[in-house]
Design a protein around this ligand. Structure first.
Ligand code: PMV
Length: 317
């Protein structure tokens, strides 16, 4: 039995713009998704389960595997299929169990995180010796099934961990100290693909907005290098204003941001696709604790997170 995990993520600056080739900054969070792969004695079949979602499938390899996978979980089939074609491996006598501690559809990269853990589990189980780059590429393939035209930032940060500056599939690591990030769920999940498509119909404003976001990303790198967290907070607020003008905020997101700012936060913004999902708030630890309590009183789920320096990793074997 092998247990693999991969972190979730938040996008500090640059979501959506990154889909159009602009830069963005992402940070891996210390909330993880897990894939356990183990042997079963079920010949000619693979078992695939996500117990928390009530999913338990027996995939009979003698039949058309694709048709047995519900549309919702097609990315796993596509990942298995691509690896089986390339490496000649067959999925039999094997069981996958998946779970995530991330809120689903909440802008925290749950799909990328679980896909990357899944690929790494297959890699280790079959001793394929995939490079980090190859694991990331299979993760990207799976993300395209889920999100249509993703930028690749989610699968990359979930693979490599830490913090990255990402642009057009190339990236470099940013060296950061540990600092707290309050992550709050707005109470509504989103579907990244449909948010991207809806935004794309608003073409007129986009390039102009994305150029402003690019400047925020550049200033963000500078603030991170200088460990200037107050400046980072202000940049979050600026980035949020642009995202709100693009129609990506919601009354709940606005309320979380207002409560954050009225209680000593450096700044706050939505993270990920928006139109629901989560908000990140930056500030001193004790202020974040107070904000968290206030948000919890209003019924919001929130968690103080830190950067996870590790990307995908083997937890046990
Ligand atoms: O909401 P999430 O975790 O799927 O993040 C989406 C981030 C986008 O920039 C909107 C899309 C992308 O692929 O970069």
């Amino acid at each position: 039995m092998i247990t693999v995990s991969a972190p979730g993520k938040c996008i500090l600056f640059g979501e959506h713009a990154v889909v159009y080739g602009y830069p963005a900054i992402a940070i891996a969070l210390n909330i993880r998704s897990y894939c356990i792969i183990e042997e079963t004695n079920n010949e000619n079949a693979a078992q695939f389960s996500i117990p928390d979602l009530g999913v338990d499938l027996n995939i009979n390899l003698t039949k058309e595997m694709n048709s047995q996978f519900p549309v919702k979980y097609q990315q796993f089939y596509q990942g298995m299929n691509a690896m089986s074609e390339k490496y000649g491996i067959t999925f039999e006598k094997v069981r996958f169990r998946l779970r995530s501690d991330l809120w689903i559809g909440a802008g925290l990269g749950s799909s990328a995180s679980i896909s990357i853990a899944f690929i790494q589990a297959i890699n280790k189980w079959f001793s394929l010796n995939l490079t980090a780059e190859e694991i990331n590429a299979y993760g990207f393939l799976m993300e395209k099934i889920v999100h249509g035209t993703p930028s690749g930032i989610d699968n990359t940060i979930c693979s490599v961990g830490g913090a990255i500056l990402f642009q057009k599939n190339s990236w470099n690591k940013l060296t950061l100290p540990k600092f707290p990030i309050l992550v709050t769920y707005s109470g509504k999940s989103h579907q990244t693909e449909s948010v991207i498509v809806t935004l794309g119909k608003n073409q007129d404003n986009l390039e102009k907005s994305f150029k402003k976001i690019k400047k925020i990303v550049e200033e963000g790198v500078h603030a991170l290098n200088g460990r200037d967290f107050e400046q980072l907070g202000e940049l979050c607020t600026k980035n949020q204003e642009i995202l709100a003008k693009l129609g990506l905020s919601t009354p709940n997101i606005d309320q979380i941001i207002t409560i954050s700012k009225n209680n000593g936060a450096y700044g706050a913004k939505l993270t990920g696709a928006g139109a629901g999902g989560s908000v990140i708030t930056l500030g001193k630890q004790k202020n974040l604790q107070k904000i968290q309590r206030l948000l919890q009183k209003k019924g919001y789920l929130s968690k103080i997170c830190y950067m996870d320096f590790n990307g995908v990793k083997i937890n046990s074997r």
